[in-house]
Design a protein around this ligand. Structure first.
Ligand SMILES: [Zn+2]
Length: 259
């Protein structure tokens, strides 16, 4: 009899625990779900955390493929947000900043292999002019191969340090104009250099005609969702520590991280 009561108690405690967890998920956590926007910079073998080796990038993409993640374009993400569409779980967006040559050399063939869309944010004045950066020819090849391009200013200057309206317009609007002219397709998305922006910068980005913009977690308040899209940096260690990668892909990573 006593054993039965103890068993009963345990069951009730267990049920209470499960229902509390379930309520927490449904009422609080689930509404905080956001599509993870993965952020990459460089590909190769340097120890700098901006670099991901081609092998690790391939493994990370293979994981998305094998686990049937829905890899969508940046445009699909923003369009869905503007239409208030609830994002499907297991959805991911891939972004790459700056437009270094190693993106063309290493990342592009892997993205093509998995047929994943991605957006590369170009520093327009560096294309064709700086040694480490892609050429317009390479940009065109990638564009024809399913890669989208956004603007990341003309010279990667910290936009909040620019003093005149003209300078700001030149960096934000100039980069859009140059890429559009070279590719002959609209450039609808912008990426703040080093993720830094303020209201003036954001207003300029909107007035220039961009449909959305992204930065990094640190400076995005999330109050203006499509112009303050938070991203998640992916590194080599996400391959060696699968839990890291899984938590970054969960859709709740931004809720719990502090930086
Ligand atoms: Zn950058």
């Amino acid at each position: 009899m006593i054993r039965n009561i103890k068993k009963h108690k345990r069951l009730v405690v267990c049920l209470l625990f499960i229902s509390t967890l379930f309520s927490f998920y449904i009422l609080w956590l689930s509404p905080h779900y956001t599509v993870p926007i993965l952020m990459y910079h460089r590909f190769g073998y340097e120890s700098n955390t901006l670099f991901v080796t081609p092998e690790n990038f391939d493994r990370q993409m293979a994981y998305l493929k094998n686990k049937k993640y829905n890899v969508i374009s940046f445009d699909q993400l923003v369009s869905g947000m503007k239409q208030n569409k609830k994002p499907r779980r297991h959805t991911v967006v891939i972004t790459i900043d700056d437009g270094y040559k190693d993106v063309y050399q290493y990342a592009f063939p892997i993205l093509k292999k998995y047929a994943f869309p991605a957006i590369i944010f170009l520093i327009s004045d560096y294309v064709d002019t700086k040694d480490d950066f892609v050429s317009w020819e390479e940009v065109k090849t990638m564009s024809n191969g399913g890669i989208a391009f956004g603007a990341h200013t003309r010279r990667h200057l910290l936009l909040t340090t620019l003093t005149t309206e003209e300078e700001l317009r030149d960096e934000i609007g100039g980069s859009k104009y140059i890429i559009e002219r070279k590719l002959g397709i609209p450039v609808d998305y912008f990426c703040y250099p080093s993720g830094v922006f303020d209201d003036k910068v954001k207003t300029m980005v909107k007035n220039t005609g961009y449909k959305g913009a992204c930065g990094i977690h640190l400076f995005c308040t999330g109050n203006d969702t499509t112009y303050e899209l938070k991203r998640i940096k992916i590194t080599n260690s996400d391959t060696t520590k699968p839990f890291n990668y899984l938590s970054k892909l969960s859709g709740y990573y931004n809720v719990f991280r502090s930086k």
